[in-house]
Design a protein around this ligand. Structure first.
Ligand code: NDP
Ligand code: 8X3
Length: 253
C-alpha cells in the first residue's frame, strides 16, 4: 500500500485529494491546523489507514517533530503533496499589509521548504518518491493585486524545477501543479473572511473545482515510474488573459 502525506487536508484541494487517493487504496497522512476538520474527514474514510498530524507548516520544529513521530507503517512516504498555502489580500503593493505578505512567505515558501527538507532524504535513500507542489497561474502571469502571492508561487515553480535538477539520478519525481481560479475556501481566506466578496469572485462563471485539481494530481501521480510530469497549468475556460493596459496622459489644452 502506498502512502501520501497531504498538507492542508482540512479544506479545498487537500481534502479532495484525501478522498480521491483513499478511494484508490492509498494510506493517508493528513495535516492541517484545524484538528476537528481532520477528525471529521478521517471519520468519513472508513477502511483507509489514516494518521492525523495537527501542526502549522510555518513552524520547522513542529514539522520535524511530526516527521520523527510518524508511526512505523506511515514512515515510508511515496508522495509529499505540498498543498498548504494561502493568499492574503489583493490590494496594490503600495498599500498592502506587510503582515499579510509575511504570512504568505512563511506559509507558501518557508512551510513548503521545511516539509520538503524533512521528507526528501528518506525518498532519496529509498530511491523512490514524488514531491507534488501547489503552484498557481499567479506564479506564471502577473495581475493587479497578485504581488506577493504571485511571487511566492513563482518561487514554488522555480524551486520545483531546481529540485528536479538536484534529484537527477535518484528516481525521485517532482511536479508543480499550477491552477487558476478554483472555488474552495481560498477567496474567503484571501479577503479575510468576507464571504460575499469571496462569492463574487466566482459569480456568473464556472470555476475549477477541488475535484478537478485532485483528478489532475492523481493523474500526474499515477504515470509510470519513468515519466515525470514537470508542470501542469490549468484554468477554467472562463478565465484567460486581457490586453496590456496602457496608461495615457491627458493632452494639455
Ligand atoms: P483552502 O483555503 O480551501 O485550503 C488551504 C489549506 O491550507 C487548508 O487546509 C489550511 O488548513 C492549510 N493551511 C493554510 N495555512 C496553513 C499553515 N500555516 N499550516 C498548515 N496548514 C495550513 O485553499 P485551496 O485548497 O484552494 O488551496 C490549496 C493550495 O492551492 C494553496 O497553496 C493555494 O495557494 C493553491 N491554489 C489555489 C487556487 C484556488 O483558486 N483555489 C489556485 C491556485 C493555487 P488549516 O487552516 O486547517 O491549517
Ligand atoms: C489562485 C489562482 O487565479 O486567483 O492561485 O490567482 S488566481
Amino acid at each position: 500500500m502506498n502512502t501520501i502525506l497531504i498538507t492542508g487536508a482540512t479544506s479545498g484541494f487537500g481534502k479532495a485529494c484525501a478522498e480521491l487517493f483513499a478511494s484508490h487504496g492509498w494510506r493517508l497522512i493528513l495535516c492541517g491546523r484545524r484538528k476537528e476538520r481532520l477528525q471529521e474527514l478521517a471519520g468519513k474514510l472508513a477502511g483507509t489507514p489514516v494518521h492525523l498530524a495537527v501542526f502549522d507548516v510555518r513552524d520547522n520544529e513542529m514539522v520535524r517533530k511530526m516527521y520523527k513521530e510518524l508511526p512505523e507503517e506511515f514512515g515510508k512516504i511515496d508522495i509529499l503533496l505540498n498543498n498548504a498555502g494561502l493568499a492574503m489580500g489583493m490590494g496594490p503593493a503600495q498599500t498592502a499589509d506587510l503582515d499579510d505578505w509575511e504570512t504568505m512567505v512563511d506559509t507558501n515558501i518557508k512551510g513548503l521548504m521545511y516539509m520538503t527538507r524533512a521528507v526528501l532524504p528518506g525518498m532519496v535513500e529509498r530511491r523512490q518518491g514524488h514531491i507534488i507542489n501547489l503552484g498557481s497561474v499567479a506564479g506564471n502571469w502577473p495581475y493587479p493585486g497578485g504581488n506577493a502571492y504571485g511571487g511566492t508561487k513563482a518561487f514554488v515553480r522555480q524551486f520545483s524545477m531546481n529540485l528536479r535538477a538536484d534529484l537527477h539520478g535518484t528516481g525521485v519525481r517532482v511536479t508543480n501543479i499550477e491552477p487558476g481560479l478554483a472555488e474552495t475556501e481560498f477567496s474567503v481566506v484571501r479577503f479575510h473572511g468576507d464571504k460575499d466578496r469571496a462569492d463574487s469572485v466566482y459569480a456568473g462563471m464556472t470555476p475549477l473545482s477541488a475535484a478537478d485539481i485532485a483528478e489532475t494530481i492523481y493523474w500526474a501521480a499515477s504515470r509510470p515510474q519513468h515519466v515525470n510530469i514537470n508542470a501542469i497549468e490549468i484554468m477554467p475556460v472562463a478565465q484567460s488573459w486581457g490586453p496590456f493596459p496602457i496608461h495615457r496622459e491627458e493632452k494639455k489644452k
